[in-house]
Design a protein around this ligand. Structure first.
Ligand code: F6R
Length: 246
C-alpha cells in the first residue's frame, strides 16, 4: 500500500522522514539504509545530522547503498554520487565510508558488476528503509519513463529533461552532466522493506498528480510504488496543488 501524507511545509516533511530513519536506527543499529542524492533528501539529511550531533543518534553500525551513480566522472569528482553522499550525510554522522556502496561504474564487465551489486545488497540482508526523490518526469533513481517494472540494476541513459534538471549540480552547464548512469532497477527498489518517497515543491506537482491520480504505467516509473506493501509518500502543500483529492 502506498500511503500519501501531506504536511504543511518541506521542513515538516524533512522531520517526518528523519523520524522514520531515527526509529529504524534506534531499533536496529546495523540497519541497511537506501540513500538518494539530489536536492530532495537534503532537509532530512540535515535533520539526521542534527540528531546525531545533539541527540546521540548513531550510524556507526549502519550500512548504506546508493540508488545510482554517474558513468564517466573521475573517481574523485565532487559530482560522483558516492562523494556527494559522503559529504552531505555519511561522513557527518559517522557512518564508515567503507560501508557506503554505490552502483559500479568502472568495471569492464558492467553487466556482471551490476549483478554483483545486487548480490551485495542481498548479502547485507536487503534494504530496510529506502528514501527516494521524484523526478519531474516521474523517474525514481535513474529509471527513466519507459523503464520496465521488472528492471534490475543496469546501465541507463538519462533523458534530456533529467540532464537539464541536474545541470544545477554542474555549475549550470548541461554539457558537463554525464549522459549515462548505473541505476538500481524498479524491481530492485521494490525489494526494500520500507520506502519513503519525498515530494516537495511546486516543480513536482505535475509528477505527483500523475503518480497519485494517473494510471499505473511504465511511463510513470514511480507508479510501481503503488504496489509496494510499505511505502509512505511525504508531500508538502505546494506539491499537492494539482491533486483533485486533497
Ligand atoms: C538521485 C536520484 C534521482 C532524484 C530525482 C529528484 O539519487 O535517484 O531520482 O531523486 O532526480 O531529484 P531532486 O531531488 O534533485 O529534485
Amino acid at each position: 500500500m502506498m500511503a500519501v501524507r501531506v504536511l504543511p511545509t518541506a521542513q515538516e516533511v524533512a522531520v517526518a522522514a528523519a523520524d522514520l530513519f531515527d526509529e529504524l536506527l534506534r531499533r536496529q543499529p546495523d540497519a541497511v539504509l537506501g540513500l538518494a542524492t539530489g536536492s530532495t533528501p537534503l532537509g532530512m539529511y540535515d535533520e539526521l545530522i542534527r540528531r546525531h550531533d545533539q541527540e546521540g543518534l548513531s550510524f556507526a553500525e549502519a550500512r548504506a547503498f546508493l540508488l545510482d551513480e554517474y558513468v564517466g566522472l573521475p573517481r574523485e569528482h565532487p559530482g560522483r554520487y558516492r562523494n556527494v553522499i559522503l559529504r552531505q550525510l555519511t561522513d557527518r554522522v559517522g557512518l564508515p565510508a567503507h560501508r557506503v556502496h554505490a552502483p559500479p561504474v568502472e568495471s569492464p564487465d558492467l553487466a556482471a558488476a551490476c549483478v554483483t551489486y545486487e548480490g551485495k545488497i542481498a548479502d547485507a540482508g536487503g534494504v530496510d528503509l529506502q528514501v527516494l526523490g521524484l523526478g519531474t518526469d516521474g523517474h525514481i533513481a535513474f529509471n527513466m519513463p519507459g523503464s520496465e517494472f521488472t528492471s534490475r540494476t543496469r546501465l541507463t541513459t538519462l533523458t534530456e529533461q533529467t540532464v537539464l534538471d541536474n545541470a544545477r549540480f554542474f555549475g549550470g552547464d548541461a554539457t558537463l552532466v554525464p549522459r549515462e548512469a548505473v541505476t538500481q532497477g524498479l524491481a530492485t527498489i521494490m525489494q526494500a522493506r520500507s520506502i519513503v518517497l519525498i515530494v516537495t515543491g511546486a516543480g513536482k506537482a505535475a509528477a505527483l498528480h500523475s503518480l497519485v491520480e494517473g494510471p499505473l504505467s511504465e511511463q510513470m516509473p514511480a507508479s510501481v510504488l503503488r504496489d509496494h506493501p510499505r511505502t509512505t509518500v511525504l508531500v508538502d502543500q505546494v506539491a499537492v496543488q494539482l491533486l483533485s483529492l486533497r
